[in-house]
Design a protein around this ligand. Structure first.
Ligand code: T46
Length: 131
């Protein structure tokens, strides 16, 4: 399945910590867009879509949540629970985000600008596409 976990280098001491992500260096793609997700409730689910071409890296900079990843053949669950861990997701992976902890804050680095036409939001259509 086209995903991987990336350990980011932490710069820090007793004064605090800092992590930098440079496009094409710490991420496998040039970064064109950054967005963040917050104020999520524990019982909700987000995602439920795949992307035709977009690549992304997701970091839980605070709190935690689960990603259920699905390539149409198998499903794997990844837990994001520390700010130095990035989840890279390639194209054609169905993702469901769930079990958000309190104060979960996700920062997402994306390989391209937002384009709703690039999303597949129907699961049957997703399965058709990856067959
Ligand atoms: C993903 C997961 C991790 C925009 O206007 N611009 C944007 O850049 C994005 C990402 C979204 N939106 C709008 C589209 C919807 O009206 O914000 C609304 C919520 O988006 P969505 O329902 O797609 O949010 P999530 O949390 O289900 O998914 C998002 C990303 O869309 C997706 O690519 O992998 O976060």
């Amino acid at each position: 399945m086209d995903y991987k976990l990336i350990e980011f280098k932490v710069h820090g001491d007793e004064n605090g910590k800092l992590i930098a992500v440079e496009g094409g260096i710490d991420s496998p793609f040039e970064i064109k867009r950054v967005y963040w997700i917050y104020d999520t409730l524990p019982e909700i689910e987000r995602g439920k879509h795949s992307h035709k071409n977009l690549e992304q890296i997701i970091v839980a900079v605070s709190g935690s949540c689960e990603f259920v990843l699905d390539d149409g053949k198998t499903k794997e669950t990844v837990i994001l629970d520390r700010p130095n861990l990035g989840l890279y997701i390639g194209k054609n992976i169905w993702r469901v985000m769930k079990n958000f902890s309190g104060e979960c804050k996700l920062v997402v680095f994306a390989s391209d600008y937002y384009d709703e036409k690039e999303y597949i939001r129907n699961y049957d259509k997703f399965l058709e596409g990856v067959k």
